[in-house]
Design a protein around this ligand. Structure first.
Ligand code: G6P
Ligand code: MN
Length: 446
């Protein structure tokens, strides 16, 4: 079975390969093709993979190419994990937004819109090539902003593209752990929303909802990451546990201020960190795997550190450090390739799951997965506060898709201006100008 990884020079590729190495089952991936525009980064990552595979018998064979069509042709699975504009682009997304006093996070607010505007045209091109060269392939989209990018690709690929994110999985795991839910029990996480904009509304263990017990217990609420980030009072008011990315909405003023005051924004920090890693990993005198592992540990320890600082939430827990990014991808691939029916929280077309959204809107919900793909599990209605945010943000995503298709500057302005975290149409206009000046990929906005 052939797996193609787009963005094959990306930093998290060794996580995926590590999961493949651990998979000894029938029908596993035997060939991995990395594709990247940057051959240097890709060969550094290939060195890490070679070290990972050193002592593993029958390790999946790895090849690299900078030719997209060659990479895609005949693939059974395509992981798309690209970053248009690189981490320098992410840092520019943050800088332009923060200069206007609004959030520049890579997936939330102005930063997410800018990132979406330059990623959607590339993602659509990939989708068209896959449809032509590997029509039976399943595409697993990792590329952020994941919900929006999955929706863009689904217009060409239909249900053959499935978006993934590890944050709902991590949240479900932490809630279950706080409740002492037995790992062997039948646990269902009632999670619903859009990518990076969802809520756990219930946790059914052997059919009984245990979430009320968590919400009633302030000590338990203080015992896990989201509990500390949002605080027991706010979680009790909401009656649900939000995805960590909702911290940017509920505590917007504080998170914007923390990002403005930070010595380096997240994108700038990672940019510097990864430049060092790729330089080190290209040096034949050092272990690329060791360099990667040290860099990964630092990245994980500092994840959302500004948010945790503003909330006084302290350090991340040891067991939360590895989010499970690769595990979701592998679980999805196995369920599809081997027809092993399972339930995973994924980004798929709504099809009536969330009543306030149309059928094609990509949502993030629990899905039943098997050889036929992923189908959303019916969920109860969203509370009004969640409906409000989800509908607003989906409307913004639709404007981003429309702007990417038409090249209309006015539509791009509309996307920024309608976002709940952008507080003036004038700010939106300046953001479009600022982002156009910062990103050559946005020259298409006339
Ligand atoms: C979480 C998010 C991902 C994001 C990752 C890394 O897992 O769900 O979408 O890519 O964190 O974030 P970082 O800030 O380290 O790039
Ligand atoms: Mn994510």
């Amino acid at each position: 079975m052939k797996l193609t990884i787009l963005g094959g020079g990306g930093f998290r590729v060794p996580l995926v390969y590590g999961a493949l190495l651990a998979d000894r089952g029938e029908g596993r991936v035997t060939r991995v093709v990395l594709h990247d525009l940057d051959a240097g980064r890709m060969s550094a990552v290939a060195r890490v993979l070679a070290e990972q595979a050193a002592d593993v018998p029958d390790a999946p064979e790895v090849s690299v190419t900078t030719d997209l069509d060659e990479a895609v042709r005949g693939a059974d699975f395509v992981f798309s994990a690209i970053r248009v504009g690189g981490l320098a682009g992410r840092a520019a997304d943050e800088r332009v937004a923060l200069a206007e006093g609004v959030l520049g996070q890579e997936t939330v607010g102005a930063g997410g819109i800018a990132y979406g505007l330059r990623t959607v045209p590339v993602a659509v091109d990939i989708a068209r090539r896959v449809a032509r060269l590997a029509p039976d392939a399943w595409v697993i989209n990792f590329t952020n902003p994941a919900g929006l990018v999955t929706e863009a690709m689904s217009r060409t690929l239909g249900d053959r593209v499935i978006g993934i994110c590890d944050s709902p999985v991590g949240l479900g795991r932490r809630v279950a752990r706080a409740l002492g839910a037995d790992a062997g029990a039948d646990t269902f996480v009632d999670y619903v929303g859009l990518n990076h904009l969802g809520w756990v509304r219930g946790l059914r263990v052997d059919g009984r909802d245990e979430l009320p017990r968590l919400l009633a217990d302030r000590a338990l609420l203080g015992s896990f990451e989201e509990g500390r980030l949002f605080g027991a009072d706010w979680l009790q008011s909401l009656g649900a546990i939000p995805n960590e990315y909702l911290h940017y909405y509920y505590f917007n003023r504080e998170t914007v201020r923390a990002y403005q005051d930070a010595e380096l924004t997240r994108g700038a920090f990672l940019h510097r960190q990864q430049d060092r890693f790729y330089a080190r990993a290209g040096n034949p005198g050092v272990s690329a795997l060791k360099a990667w592992d040290e860099t990964r540990a630092e990245r994980e320890a500092t994840y959302m550190s500004e948010n945790r600082d503003t909330a006084g939430a302290g350090e991340r827990e040891e067991e939360d450090l590895s989010g499970g990014y690769e595990k979701v991808a592998l679980a999805l691939m196995r369920a599809v390739a081997r027809d092993e029916r399972t339930t995973l929280i994924l980004n798929v077309p709504n099809r009536g799951t969330v009543a306030a959204l149309d059928a094609d809107a990509v949502v993030e919900v629990p899905c039943t997965v098997d050889a036929h793909g992923a189908r959303p599990v019916a969920v109860g209605p969203l509370p009004a506060h969640a409906t409000g945010l989800v509908v607003s943000v989906k409307a913004v995503e639709r404007e981003v898709l429309a702007a990417a298709a038409s090249g209309s500057r006015a539509t791009a302005v509309k996307a920024f201006a309608l976002h709940p975290l952008v507080d003036s149409v004038n700010v939106a206009r300046r953001l479009v100008d600022g982002y156009r000046a910062a990103h050559p990929q946005l020259a298409y906005l006339g």
